[in-house]
Ligand binder design. Structure first.
Ligand code: NAP
Length: 330
C-alpha cells in the first residue's frame, strides 16, 4: 500500500467506487479503503438480493454482483483498493493523515463515503442465517417489489418518517401493511402520520413490538406483543421490515468534522464540501433523505469532481505563492 496519495477515498459502496472511477480517470490515482471488519466491503448492497432500480440493468442484478462491477470499473482506471478499515484520521494539518492499524497514509484530498448502517433489532428468527433477506429486510424501497411480498400482509417496525414512507410504498405490493410502533404517538412528521392513518391499506399497531418471526424458507408469521396488555398474538405475514433509523458511520472521525443534529456529515448545500477544505462527503454518510444506490453514486461523482477542482485550485495557488512572496518581500 502506498503511503501517500493525492486522493484517499474511505468506503466501498456506490459512492466510494463512483468517486474512485472519476478520480482515477482524472489521473488522481486514488487509494480506496474498502473496509474489512467494519462491515462488508461493498456497503449495504452486499446484503441486498435483487437490485431492480439501478438504471442500466433492465433484468435487475444482485447487490454483490453490482458492487463487483463497480469495483472492477474503479480498478480498471488505476484505483488502488485496500481491503482494510480506517481506524482514525487526523484532519488538523495538511496533508491529512489516514490511519489503518499501524499504517498511516497521507492524503492531499479525502473523500468520506463510509455510509450508514441500518439499525436492526435482535428479534428471534430475523437474524443472518435465519430469515434475514428471506422476507426480513431493512430497506422496503430496495426489496419491496420482490415476488415473495406480493399480496401478503407486511409488517414495518418503527414510528418515524421512514416507517411511514416505507409502509405506504409497500401498499403497492402487500395485501395490507401494519406499522408496529412501540409508543402511542408517531415520531413521523404530522403530514406523513396523517397519510398513514388515513391510508386504506395501512394499520398502525400502537404500543406494540415484534417478538418473533417464523417461517420455513421465507417469512410466514410474526408475533406481535401489545406492551400495555402484554398479550402476544401470532399473525400470518409475508415480510418484516426494520425502519427504526440508520446510524451514519462517522465514529472514526472523532468529531473533527461538523455533523448535523442527527449525526450525519454536514456539507455545503448542493456540493460535497465539508467544513474542512479538501475533505468531501459522498453517499449515505451525509444523505439521510434519499439513501439510494443511484443517489449515492451521483454524490460520489460530485465528490470526485469537487476534489479534482479543489486540488487544481490549490496547485495553482501554490504555484503563484513564491512569486507573490517575492513581490511582497524584495
Ligand atoms: P427516526 O426519525 O429516528 O425514527 C425512528 C423510529 O424507530 C422511531 O419512531 C423510534 O421510536 C423507532 N425505534 C427506534 N429504536 C427502536 C427500537 N429499539 N425498537 C422499536 N422502535 C424503535 O428515523 P427515520 O424514520 O429513519 O428518519 C430519520 C431522519 O430522516 C428523520 O429526520 C426523518 O424526518 C428523515 N426522513 C424524512 C423522510 C421524508 O421527508 N420523506 C423520509 C424518511 C426519513 P420512538 O418514536 O419511540 O423513538
Amino acid at each position: 500500500m502506498r503511503k501517500q496519495a493525492k486522493v484517499v477515498i474511505i468506503g466501498s459502496g456506490p459512492a466510494g467506487y463512483t468517486a474512485a472511477v472519476y478520480a482515477a480517470r482524472a489521473n488522481l490515482e486514488p487509494l480506496l479503503f474498502a473496509g474489512f471488519h467494519s462491515g462488508p466491503a461493498g456497503g449495504q448492497l452486499m446484503t441486498t438480493t435483487d437490485v431492480e432500480n439501478y438504471p442500466g440493468f433492465p433484468e435487475g442484478i444482485t447487490g454483490p454482483k453490482l458492487m463487483e462491477t463497480f469495483r472492477k470499473q474503479a480498478e480498471r482506471f488505476g484505483t488502488e483498493v485496500v481491503m482494510k478499515d480506517v481506524s482514525s484520521v487526523n484532519l488538523a494539518h495538511h496533508p491529512f493523515k489516514i490511519m489503518s492499524g499501524d499504517t498511516t497514509v497521507e492524503a492531499e484530498a479525502l473523500i468520506i463515503a463510509t455510509g450508514a448502517t441500518a439499525k436492526l433489532l435482535p428479534i428471534p428468527g430475523a437474524g443472518e442465517g435465519e430469515l434475514w433477506q428471506k422476507g426480513v429486510s431493512a430497506c422496503a424501497v430496495c426489496d419491496g417489489a420482490m415476488p415473495i411480498f406480493r399480496n401478503k400482509p407486511l409488517y414495518v417496525i418503527g414510528g418515524g418518517d421512514s416507517a411511514v414512507e416505507e409502509a405506504i410504498f409497500l401498499t403497492k405490493f402487500g395485501s395490507r401493511v401494519y406499522i408496529v410502533h412501540r409508543r402511542d404517538t408517531l415520531r413521523a412528521s404530522l403530514i406523513m402520520g396523517e397519510r398513514a392513518k388515513h391510508h386504506p391499506k395501512v394499520e398502525i399497531l400502537w404500543n406494540s413490538v415484534c417478538t418473533a418471526v417464523e417461517g420455513k424458507e421465507v417469512v410466514e408469521s410474526v408475533t406481535i406483543q401489545n406492551l400495555v396488555t402484554k398479550k402476544e398474538e401470532k399473525h400470518p405475514a409475508g415480510g418484516l421490515f426494520f425502519a427504526i433509523g440508520h446510524q451514519p458511520n462517522t465514529g472514526f472521525l472523532g468529531n473533527q468534522l461538523e455533523l448535523d443534529d442527527v449525526g450525519y456529515l454536514k456539507v455545503d448545500k448542493g456540493t460535497s464540501h465539508t467544513n474542512i477544505p479538501g475533505v468531501f462527503a459522498a453517499g449515505d454518510v451525509f444523505d439521510h433523505r434519499y439513501r439510494q444506490a443511484i443517489t449515492a453514486a451521483g454524490s460520489g461523482c460530485m465528490a470526485a469532481l469537487d476534489a479534482e477542482r479543489w486540488l487544481a485550485a490549490r496547485g495553482e495557488a501554490q504555484a503563484r505563492l513564491p512569486k507573490e512572496e517575492m513581490e511582497r518581500d524584495p
